[in-house]
Design a protein around this ligand. Structure first.
Ligand code: MIC
Ligand code: SF4
Length: 645
């Protein structure tokens, strides 16, 4: 049998064995690229540095959705830079207010069977429409915009057979929460999840996208659904049925690398407890927990269906007096739809605080919970402190459970509310793309506007052959890029200014980290399993680099972060014997010699712990191309060298 994933990859393969040998490097052509503002300023600075006059992908869209508070000149300056640079290089610009990149891309641009690379870890959202959609670091996206291929190690393909149908009050969110319950946040590393089976047809495209979106929390490379009749109807509703085509794997499921079965009819309303998306239990188990805040939104659950469900539950009722209840529509299209059909009025009457269409509270841009507060959200990430309050407890669940909590003021199983609402999808929606600015045909007169907060990238130096440096910090398992490089209202405005943002590296875990890194003139980071999970932000590599971090030694890396470290010339090492992780401590001086030869020859990298006087072995697992890149100090240097030869 041939899976859908393999079919799409083979059609786009530009390098590597067409047998798609697992774990071997391959490269694919990128049809579409997307960026968002928080990662996008870097992407465009990098793209500009390449000196290519026009983007080469079929479609490239620059969204503004993360950084919207505009508390001073910095955010709006970034927006102007992004709009002008998009016009210069042939990129569509989705204005602030038009919606969250993944929701808008699904509605207006994504196509079945195409490849999509995005500088955001939730790019797999468009897998719901059968696009092979992958999140990557900004530099990888910049390269693809310039016509370069996307390189990655061929993941395993895991078939997920969906059978049955969701019961009343259960939701697509419960399918992905069930996956997280079973597999954990590292269960998808090196894997692509391909959904198939008789249950697929019972799910609308936005519901499928809720599932593929949150596949990012499994650590997966991506997730994908087939393109079928339902996909056709969705595209027709969007006036884009011309791009529909049927896409599916050959229906013999025995040959996936692994197989998972989910009978959707058995799923109960689920909830992920603080502070990890995989701490999943049946919502009823948390029954009675007092709730201070409920928020509906984010790229996971802010579609027409989600907001209508909530509006119908809230209609004629009032939000509990102790709850702050906010709704964040995923796109202007959805916002307009609920405004026109009256559902928005129902939400307002119930007592909802309606926010603009953006990421907002999901990335800590406002609406932080109170001290020790409980916040129930329809989002995808509940890492500690991400919401803006370090001791708040954030739960993740379906819009249905969220609405039930907003009404009762405590965690509530929605099945206690009576019959569930039934949502009718409209045949067609009002299409208004006026907030998507197409690039001009003639860009000669376009001036790129740069505010004073936009600073150039630091220089990347070739790899050192020997490093003797101190361990600046030792962290545990599942450290996220939010831990390494926090976001939120204070830090996000600094995304275009590496010297300024580097002051916040590891700030939530260890406020003294930056001072120590400066005093010691750089050093080494030691981490556990799944290090660097979560966001694709390359700032989690560039800012430590700026502080002089030379090497990161961990038990295992998350995919995007490892690629970002290599892209910026930081040595990524893994312990061969995980017990060596236990022995090394913060403050130990480590001596690493013969680095260049080890990287070139794919050899073991021996490290001497000078402080404790013993030696241990690490691996630097790199493809040939990665090794070449690392030796010269990263992808920008490599690209420049190749261009000059
Ligand atoms: C996130 O959800 O963590 C973000 C913010 O969307 C990030 C991107 C970023 O840090 O700008 C992501 O998921 O990649
Ligand atoms: Fe935005 Fe949150 Fe989605 Fe990231 S996860 S793209 S911050 S809505």
């Amino acid at each position: 049998m041939v899976s859908l994933t393999e079919k799409i990859i083979r059609e786009h393969l530009v390098e590597g064995d067409s047998a798609l040998i697992r774990n071997k490097e391959i490269a694919i052509k990128v049809d579409q690229a997307l960026t968002q503002d928080a990662t996008g300023t870097m992407v465009f600075l990098e793209f500009e540095a390449m000196g290519i006059p026009h983007v080469k992908t079929e479609v490239c869209v620059s969204y503004v959705d993360h950084n919207m508070l505009q508390t001073d000149f910095r955010n709006p300056d970034d927006h102007l830079y992004l709009q002008s640079v998009a016009a210069k290089y042939g990129v569509y610009f989705s204005k602030p207010g038009n919606g969250i990149c993944h929701q808008v891309h699904l509605e207006r641009f994504a196509e079945p069977g195409k490849t999509l690379l995005g500088s955001d870890s939730h790019t797999p959202t468009c897998g719901g429409i059968a696009s092979l959609a992958i999140g990557a670091g900004g530099l990888d996206v910049a390269i693809s915009m310039g016509g370069g291929a996307f390189y990655f190690e061929m993941p395993k393909i895991i078939g997920v057979r969906l059978t049955g149908q969701l019961q009343e009050w259960s939701a697509a969110k419960d399918v992905i929460l069930e996956m997280l319950r079973r597999l954990t946040v590292k269960g998808g590393v090196g894997k692509i999840f391909e959904y198939f089976g008789s249950g697929v047809k019972t799910l609308s495209v936005p519901e499928r996208s809720t599932i593929t979106n949150m596949g990012a929390e499994l650590g997966a490379t991506t997730s994908i659904f087939p393109s079928d009749e339902t996909t056709y109807k969705y595209l027709k509703m969007q006036g884009r049925e011309n791009v529909w085509k049927e896409c599916k794997g050959d229906e013999k499921d025995g040959d996936y690398d692994e197989l998972i079965e989910i009978d959707m009819s058995t799923l109960q309303p689920l909830i992920a407890k603080p502070h990890s998306p995989d701490l999943v239990v049946v919502a009823n188990e948390c029954k009675g927990t007092k709730v201070n805040q409920v928020i509906i939104g984010s790229c996971t659950n802010s579609s027409f269906r989600d907001l209508m469900t909530v509006a119908m539950i809230m209609k004629g009722k009032k939000v509990h007096p102790n709850v702050s209840f906010s709704v964040v529509p995923g796109s202007k299209q959805v916002y307009e739809q609920i405004a026109r059909n009256g559902a928005l009025a129902d939400l307002i009457c119930a007592g909802a605080r309606i926010l603009e269409s953006a990421c907002g509270p999901c990335i800590g841009m406002g609406q932080a919970p109170s001290s020790g507060g409980v916040s129930v959200r329809s989002f995808n990430r509940n890492f500690q402190g991400r919401c803006g309050t370090s001791d708040a407890n954030v739960y993740l669940t379906s819009p249905e459970v969220c609405a039930a909590c907003a009404l009762t003021g405590e965690i509530t199983d929605p099945r206690t509310l009576g019959p569930a609402p039934k949502i009718e999808w409209p045949e067609r929606v009002e299409i208004d793309d006026s907030m998507i600015i197409a690039p001009p045909k003639d860009n000669a007169s376009v001036e790129i506007i740069r505010g004073p907060n936009i600073k150039p990238l630091p220089d990347m130096k070739p790899l050192d052959d020997a490093i003797t440096k101190e361990v600046l910090i030792k962290v545990g398992d599942n450290i996220t890029t939010d831990h390494i490089m926090p976001a939120g209202a204070k830090v996000l405005p600094l995304r275009s200014n590496i010297p300024a943002i580097s002051e916040f590296v590891f700030s939530a875990l260890d406020p003294k980290f930056v001072a120590r890194a400066k005093e010691k003139q750089g050093g080494i980071i030691v981490g556990g399993d799944n290090y660097g999970q979560g966001s694709s932000r390359e700032h989690a590599a560039i800012a430590p680099l700026y502080l002089g971090v030379k090497a990161v030694i961990v038990k295992k890396f998350a995919r995007i972060h490892k690629a970002n470290l290599i892209n910026f010339g930081i040595l990524p090492l893994t312990f061969i014997d995980p017990k060596d992780y236990d022995k090394v401590e913060q403050g130990d001086v480590l001596e690493i010699n013969g680095i260049l030869a080890a990287v070139k020859n794919d050899d073991v990298v021996k490290i001497k712990n000078v402080t404790k006087n013993y030696e241990f072995a690490t691996k630097c697992e790199l493809t040939k191309r990665n090794a070449e890149m690392l030796l010269v100090g990263g992808l920008i240097n490599l690209t420049k060298m190749k261009a000059n030869n």
